[in-house]
Write a protein that binds this ligand. Structure first.
Ligand code: GLU
Length: 294
């Protein structure tokens, strides 16, 4: 039997919030239950957005909540992605469209047939839907209109998250990807990259999205729901865990107690809608999923 290998893959451009915490808790529980290994990988491929002080704070937040890891793998900014590009060579093309042009065309354009010698590097997806099996969402067909040829290298030569995340998971021996449901549809694209790289596709588990009072997924604009702010407002892990674990469909006082109870197929698909931004008391309800529903 292969050892289960999971990962915590934070991007050090925004502080950890309740959405990250929920997804990381699911990743942690899944690996701990399987007796596997959890790696920490700093996803700083976009150096223009990565911040050292945010990286320091996210390590602090993870340890505060007891989300331990077993080893740390090379950060993205230290990796070489050329070997991946070499393997994908036959399916790459250059795209000269501007961001605005692509947005106007829903990410699609005629560059795949144009043989440009400059521009961003994109990967040609296979036509048709892509079947992806998620441990919470079941077997799904990601429809072709939900997937566009991903950009793997920006026009300034910087590799993108789409390339880095798949190559890193492959190099790190990751067997299970557990993260937030905002990336549910994107797993159809990633599965195709895994296949083209000759890797063994990991299992997928997408945890509930956590939405702010405005109905949008948590981001920097919901600063009060960042873990550092909640810690400053007097929250303790012992008070926070029962709430966050309930969002994963679990009744447990804390992380350790939740290990034997964790059931990937019992992880809710509905989103959690937070009702107020006040960090002292959390009020929330389940909401219809509007993101990632196929
Ligand atoms: N680094 C990504 C993020 O913070 C997560 C990517 C993943 O888990 O696949 O959103």
């Amino acid at each position: 039997m292969t050892l289960a290998v999971g990962r915590l893959a934070p991007t050090p451009s925004g502080r950890l919030h309740l959405g990250n915490l929920t997804a990381f808790a699911a990743a942690w529980l899944s690996v701990r239950q399987a007796g596997g290994e959890l790696v920490l990988r700093v996803e700083d491929v976009d150096q223009g957005r990565a911040r050292q002080e945010i990286e320091d704070s996210l390590r602090e937040d993870l340890l505060w909540m007891g989300l331990t890891w077993d080893r740390e793998t090379p950060r993205q900014s230290a990796r070489d992605y050329q070997p991946a590009l070499n393997l994908l060579r036959d399916r790459l093309y250059r795209c000269t469209c501007t961001r605005r042009e692509l947005a106007a065309r829903g990410g699609r354009c005629g560059c795949a047939h144009a043989s440009h010698t400059e521009g961003a590097v994109r990967f040609r997806l296979a036509p048709g839907p892509r079947r992806v099996e998620d441990r919470a969402w079941g077997v799904r067909e990601v429809p072709p209109d939900a997937m566009v040829d991903p950009t793997l290298v920006r026009r300034d030569g910087v590799p993108t998250y789409s390339l880095a995340v798949v190559w890193d998971d492959l190099c790190d021996g990751v067997t299970e990807v557990v993260r937030g449901a905002d990336l549910l549809e994107f797993s159809g694209v990633q599965a195709q990259l895994w296949e083209a790289l000759g890797g063994r596709e990991p299992s997928w588990l997408h945890a509930p999205l956590i939405l702010g009072p405005d109905g949008r997924k948590l981001s920097k604009s919901h600063g009060a729901l960042e873990l550092a702010a909640m810690r400053a407002a007097g929250w303790e892990p012992a008070r926070l865990w029962p709430i966050v674990l309930s969002w994963l469909g679990l009744r447990a006082e804390g992380l350790e107690a939740a290990i034997p109870r964790f059931r990937p197929s019992g992880v809710p698909r509905a989103a959690v809608q937070l009702e107020r931004l006040a960090p002292q008391a959390l009020r929330w309800r389940w909401a219809e999923v509007t993101v990632g529903e196929g």
